[in-house]
Design a protein around this ligand. Sequence first.
Ligand code: IDP
Ligand code: MG
Length: 159
Amino acid sequence: MSEKLERTFVAIKPDAVNRGLIGEIITRFEKRGFKIIGMKLLKPTKEIAAKHYEEHYGKPFYESLINFITEGPIVALAIEGINVIDIARKMMGSTNPQEALPGTIRFDFAQIKECNVIHGSDSPESAEREISIYFKPEELFEAKKTPEDYFVEKYGHIE
Ligand code: IDP
Ligand code: MG
C-alpha cells in the first residue's frame, strides 16, 4: 500500500456524544499520531444531513438515519495523517458493531448499527466532499510547531 498524507472526515454521532464518549474516541486518533485539524460541536440541519448521506437516499434506513443524526449534537472532525482515510475506517470497524472486530471503536462502544457511534469517510472523494460540507477552508488548521520550536524561538538553541 502506498503511503499518502491525507485528510478525512470523522463524525462522533449523537449516541456517543450523549454517552460521554467524545474524549475516548478522539484520544484513539490522537494516540495513533493523527492530527485534529478541524473540530466543531453542532446539530446538523436536515440540509446538511441530506448532503452528507446523499448516497443512501431512498434506502430503507435513510429516514431514521437522517432523524438520528439531526437530533445532534455531533462532533465534526477533520483529521490529517498518513493513509488516514483507510486507517480511520479500520479503527472504526464494520458498520454493524456485531460484526466489528474487538478493539475497534464500534466493537468497543456500540451494539447496533443504528447507533454505531462514529462516521468516517470511505474514499478520498468522500473525504474531500464531506470535509467541505462541514468546514470552511479557514476552519481547518495545521498545528506544525512543537513545544521545542517555541522554546528555541524564545531562548535559542542550547549549547
Ligand atoms: P458506514 O458508516 O460504515 O460507512 P454506511 O453503509 O455508509 O456505513 O451507512 C451509513 C450509516 O447508516 C451507518 O453508519 C449506520 O448508522 C446506518 N446504516 C447502514 N446500514 C443500515 C441498516 O441496514 N440498518 C440501519 N442503519 C443502517
Ligand atoms: Mg459510509
